[in-house]
Write a new protein. Structure first.
Length: 119
């Protein structure tokens, strides 16, 4: 792979990870009047792959708080199995109907990039 493509991919990964952090930030999350954070919308990738990515004081993430930045996040109910994250899955029997806990955010960003980025 030419160095220019490597640099482009590294920059794209950084942009996707920054966008994930922005979407997961306390200020961007929808809230109830009690200031409890609601889940953010499912992420759709360019190729149609969908997954839930969450982080708060009630999710499998680090830090486990309503305020990031996050190093690990929770993935839920992806539209396709996320094989590179299988050891984070609660249930290995049905990888599209389970939660993946404490997944490194860089791995989630790479998965999104590999599926074309955010739709």
């Amino acid at each position: 792979m030419p160095i220019e493509q490597v640099i482009d991919k590294v920059e794209f990964l950084a942009q996707v990870e920054n966008e994930l952090q922005r979407r997961l930030s306390y200020d961007a999350k929808p809230k109830r009047p009690s200031e409890l954070c609601l889940p953010i919308k499912r992420i759709e990738c360019v190729d149609g792959t969908m997954l839930s990515v969450q982080a708060s004081n009630s999710h499998y993430c680090s830090p486990q708080s309503n305020h990031g930045p996050y190093t690990q996040v929770e993935i839920g109910y992806p539209s396709i199995p996320i094989l590179e994250c299988i050891h984070y899955a609660e249930s290995k029997e049905n990888l599209t109907s389970t939660v993946y806990g404490y997944v490194p955010i860089a791995l989630v960003a790479e998965f999104i990039v590999n599926h074309g980025g955010f739709a």
